[in-house]
Design a protein around this ligand. Structure first.
Ligand SMILES: C[S@@+](CC[C@H](N)C(=O)[O-])C[C@H]1O[C@@H](n2cnc3c(N)ncnc32)[C@H](O)[C@@H]1O
Length: 197
């Protein structure tokens, strides 16, 4: 049974990786050739409290490497809102996640506030942010982080993962507390920031 479970997850991971690489060939805005590693997913998900009902917004889910892990741990009363700019990924997520707790949006993370409102909510407990900030301009980066802060409830946390630590300057402007972390078992290694105010 143990071997079966391992093989099932390995096959699913391979299938997801191939789909991800094909999409990357069409859209370099995705920024990385492969999805985040299982080590990165585990490290970031370990920062989430899954013992209570939560609202989680994931910006830039790609083909859902974090989303599937979150759904496995999330309570039945929790919500997961996915905001993805690439149409092929949105189609993939729509087809592969038939879960009433999930809402998928083909949109830009900058619109996070109105998207959360469209889901009948005002705030979120967590924002998981995987979009490549190095590819967009300074103003947009500031606006995205500012809008994420507006959507987070008191005590809410933003978890940002990037290939470069440059995002820290944007986080510093909007959040009082920033805890850095690093996952070396990822190609390339991932800088992770947990921020709250
Ligand atoms: C580096 S990939 C991360 C994918 C996935 N979360 C992972 O860890 O494997 C960045 C993702 O963000 C999406 N993206 C880029 N800019 C975005 C934006 N402004 N709003 C929403 N999604 C965006 C890309 O299409 C891509 O799927």
């Amino acid at each position: 049974m143990g071997n079966f479970v391992l093989n099932y997850h390995m096959i699913k991971h391979m299938e997801q990786t191939i789909q991800y690489m094909k999409t990357f060939c069409k859209d370099k805005g995705i920024a990385s050739i492969t999805p985040s590693s299982p080590f990165a997913v585990k490290r970031i998900c370990n920062k989430i409290d899954f013992t209570k009902d939560t609202v989680i917004v994931e910006c830039g889910p790609g083909n859902g490497v974090f989303s599937f892990a979150i759904l496995r741990q999330m309570s039945p009363g929790s919500r997961l809102i996915l905001i993805e700019a690439n149409r092929d990924f949105v189609r993939y997520l729509d087809q592969r996640i038939p879960d009433p707790r999930v809402s998928v949006f083909h949109d830009n993370a900058i619109n996070i506030q109105s998207i959360v409102n469209q889901c009948g909510l005002n705030t979120a407990d967590y924002v998981i942010m995987g979009i490549p900030f190095s590819l967009s301009d300074h103003e947009q980066n500031h606006s995205i982080i500012a809008n994420c802060k507006k959507v987070l409830k008191k005590g809410g946390i933003i978890l940002v993962y990037q290939f470069s630590p440059r995002i820290k300057k944007y986080l510093r402007k909007h959040f009082d507390h920033i805890h850095p972390d690093l996952e070396v078992f990822n190609i390339p290694p991932l800088f992770i920031f947990e921020a709250f105010h």
